[in-house]
Write a protein that binds this ligand. Structure first.
Ligand SMILES: [Cu+2]
Length: 145
């Protein structure tokens, strides 16, 4: 009877340990939930930010394993590492995880980059895939009856 109990405790411990290990080892990832790459949308566009493996903290709050979102709209290259992100980047220092974005008609690229409490890109860098969306020209939209 005692050995069965020991066995159960051991199994549970192993299970918990492997779960903890799995959670810990999940690589940090930032991604755009919506819109999706290639989507045609209307302005304003609701852009939703996804994050895995790290947390969101407002700018100015220094906490290990956290950062805040930055959105790169129509950037050809990534901002320089090791320097605070500038005003050309959209900062979400309040810890926001989505934005309603006004964009003119045409193609636009969107990409997320995580920055620390001082707006410096995280090291190692945490950058989403770049997506391309097309904003419809709303001027010739058919008015509702
Ligand atoms: Cu910032």
């Amino acid at each position: 009877m005692k050995s069965l109990w020991t066995y159960s405790v051991l199994t549970c411990s192993l299970l918990l340990f492997s779960l903890a290990l799995e959670a810990h080892e999940a690589p940090a990832k930032v991604y755009i939930i919506s819109p999706v790459n290639g989507e045609t949308v209307e302005s304003p566009v609701l852009v939703r930010f996804g994050l895995q493996g790290i947390g969101v903290a407002p700018a100015g709050v220094e906490r290990q394993g956290t950062g805040h979102h930055h959105l790169l709209v129509n950037f050809k290259t990534l901002p320089e590492a090791g320097q605070p992100l500038g005003k050309d980047v959209k900062h979400f220092g309040g810890g926001q995880t989505e934005v309603l974005l006004e964009l003119p008609p045409g193609k636009h690229s969107l990409q997320l980059i995580m920055g620390d409490h001082l707006h410096v890109p995280l090291e190692p860098s945490l950058v989403s895939e770049k997506i391309i969306i097309e904003v419809k020209d709303g001027s010739n939209a058919v008015p509702a009856p």
